[in-house]
Ligand binder design. Structure first.
Ligand code: ZN
Length: 73
């Protein structure tokens, strides 16, 4: 296994594999913790298409404001 990069910091690992890297597939304990933190933080989510829940916060298309400005002017 060559050219493996740490999934966290993208640091290239020159080792041959888990035998030389106790924290495989991470380059260091730090990156391992970062990965763990992401999991706990919910950063990793199941990849699903944007659902209806996203529409709840979406703002409806703004109406043309040209007429409004015209009245104010
Ligand atoms: Zn790393």
């Amino acid at each position: 296994m060559k050219g493996v990069r740490c999934p966290i910091c993208d640091k290239k690992m020159d080792g041959q594999g888990p035998k030389e890297w106790p924290d495989w597939p991470f380059c260091s304990p730090r990156c391992r913790m970062v990965d763990l933190g992401r999991w706990l933080g919910g950063v990793y989510r199941i990849e699903t298409p944007a659902g209806p829940t996203d529409e709840d916060e979406s703002v409806p298309p703004a109406a043309p404001s040209a007429d409004v400005h015209r009245e104010e002017a």
